[in-house]
Design a protein around this ligand. Structure first.
Ligand code: GDP
Length: 450
């Protein structure tokens, strides 16, 4: 595929002062433009691929901006598949600004968000799922999400989808061949074996679809609502969890005073903890708002941590309300303050936010509630992206239509339409066919320089 000819540049490292900053340049004129601002022993345009050159960046009137290292990647052996250069400079905003300005004066233009990766895709260096995985890898904050993103970047999902596509194309070609010989009434593929082939593909697509709830959890994390009567120790429990697990410090928009949200990594999975103010009805206007938000948090939670106090009576009414807002499987009932005298007669979890007793069991329960019996294996393709999920679902539906056509003894045309539609939905996933809308939507999520 031949992509646009212009040469783009952008800062590839985060803005701000740092030891080193990297400015990327990609496009047919990458070397020529670099040579206009760079003074080293050898010209970049004459340098071999995958070599690094020390030299200076100077203005046209000889003013030295910085001493730098220039890495050279010749097409097609670069990230984008085009001639590419990476200039490593001292990480000063002023130096970076000057270098980028000089590159622009010499014919480069500022890259759009995600444009380097978009070019890598358009030049067939990576497919669409891998391009999407680049953002996932960059944004991953837990071990599980990083592994999941790496899995996609390494092409596991692409390979699986490609394999299914190839098998579909093989079958639909035979059906289409029959259509070419319609007068002779030939059957190139017997219907029983065609049904079997399609059913196999459907069940493999189904297996992929079933990885989605797991994939979504490892990618996006688990929402946990902490609910309980006042003074049972919700805040203490939250503080304990924050201290004992790996707290993820991040800017969280939308945190409200009445529903506190914290993010932690427990055994590699991201948990988002909401400490709810209370879900019982109240007449007080301000409290009402809190109750509304808390109820929403419970409704949206993947797991509800129902916190009780061993010294207080079990609040049966509150539990009933939780059952109405959520469902039984999602609720983990915890009795806190188990350092105080108590009896353990239920199969609930007994913990102490004060001493840490029982917390291991609680963490295991949270982990199991989040991912069930799923375990991550490096070899399985996992679907974690809603776009991929929707396309797989469409593909499965088209295959079901094809099966219906075969069973209804309909002519090859109808079967072929279903098979082709199924194949095209699979193609959308890896980007064999994509609309500009899909591409823009995907690459606009990148930041500049990626
Ligand atoms: P919340 O209203 O549910 O958030 O409860 P807090 O976390 O504010 O705790 C209420 C009271 O219970 C405080 O005085 C805590 O020190 C105490 N508390 C919390 N957890 C424990 C625990 O595990 N053991 C004991 N003995 N006291 C606790």
């Amino acid at each position: 595929m031949n992509y646009i000819e212009d040469t783009i540049t952008a800062l590839a490292t985060p803005p701000g002062a740092g030891a080193i900053a990297v400015v990327r340049i990609s496009g047919s004129d990458a070397f020529v433009i670099t040579d206009k601002v760079f003074q080293g022993k050898t010209e970049i345009a004459k340098s071999a691929s995958h070599t690094i050159h020390y030299g200076k960046i100077c203005t046209p009137d000889g003013e030295q901006i910085d001493d730098v290292l220039v890495s050279v990647f010749r097409a097609p052996h670069s990230y984008t598949g085009e001639h590419s250069v990476e200039i490593s400079t001292h990480g000063s905003q002023l130096i970076i600004k000057k270098i980028i300005e000089m590159l622009i004066q010499n014919g480069a233009r500022i890259a759009e968000p995600g444009e380097f990766t978009k070019r890598a895709f358009l030049n067939n260096r990576i497919d669409l799922t891998q391009a999407e995985a680049v953002v996932e890898v960059i944004n991953a904050r837990t071990d599980a999400s990083l592994k999941g993103a790496r899995n996609q970047l390494d092409g596991l999902l692409s390979q699986k989808v490609n394999d299914l596509r190839t098998r579909l194309i093989n079958s639909s070609s035979l059906i289409e061949l029959e259509l070419d010989f319609a007068e002779e009434d030939l059957e190139f593929i017997d219907r029983t074996s065609l049904i079997q082939k399609i059913e196999e593909i459907i069940s493999e697509i189904q297996a992929l679809l079933e990885t989605y709830s797991f994939g979504r959890i490892i990618r996006d994390g688990v929402n946990v609502a902490l609910v309980g009567q006042p003074n049972v120790g919700k805040s203490s429990l939250l503080n304990y969890i924050m201290k004992e697990s790996r707290a993820i410090v991040s800017e969280i928009p939308g945190t409200t005073r009445d529903v506190i949200r914290e993010e932690v990594s427990i055994r590699g999975i991201l948990f988002r903890l909401f400490d709810t103010a209370g879900i019982r009805s109240t007449e007080d206007a301000i409290e009402k708002e809190g109750v509304f938000r808390s109820r929403e948090a419970v409704k949206n939670a993947d797991v509800v941590l129902f916190v009780n106090d061993v010294e207080q009576n079990f609040p049966a009414e509150l539990y009933q309300e939780l059952l109405e807002l959520s469902n039984k499987e999602k609720i983990i009932t915890v009795f806190n303050k188990s350092d105080l005298p108590h009896t353990e007669e239920t199969d609930s979890v007994f913990v102490s936010a004060k001493t840490g007793k029982g917390m291991d069991i609680l963490f295991s329960k949270l982990h199991t509630a989040a991912i069930g019996s799923n375990s991550y294996t490096e070899q399985t393709a996992i679907v974690s992206n809603a776009r991929h999920y929707d396309s797989l679902k469409k593909s499965k539906e088209s295959l079901q239509d094809a099966l219906d056509s075969i069973r209804a003894m309909m002519s090859g045309e109808f079967i072929s339409v279903g098979l082709r539609a199924a194949e095209s939905s699979l193609s959308e996933i890896i980007g064999v066919v994509t609309s500009d809308d899909i591409l823009n939507n995907i690459f606009s999520k990148f930041c500049i320089g990626k």
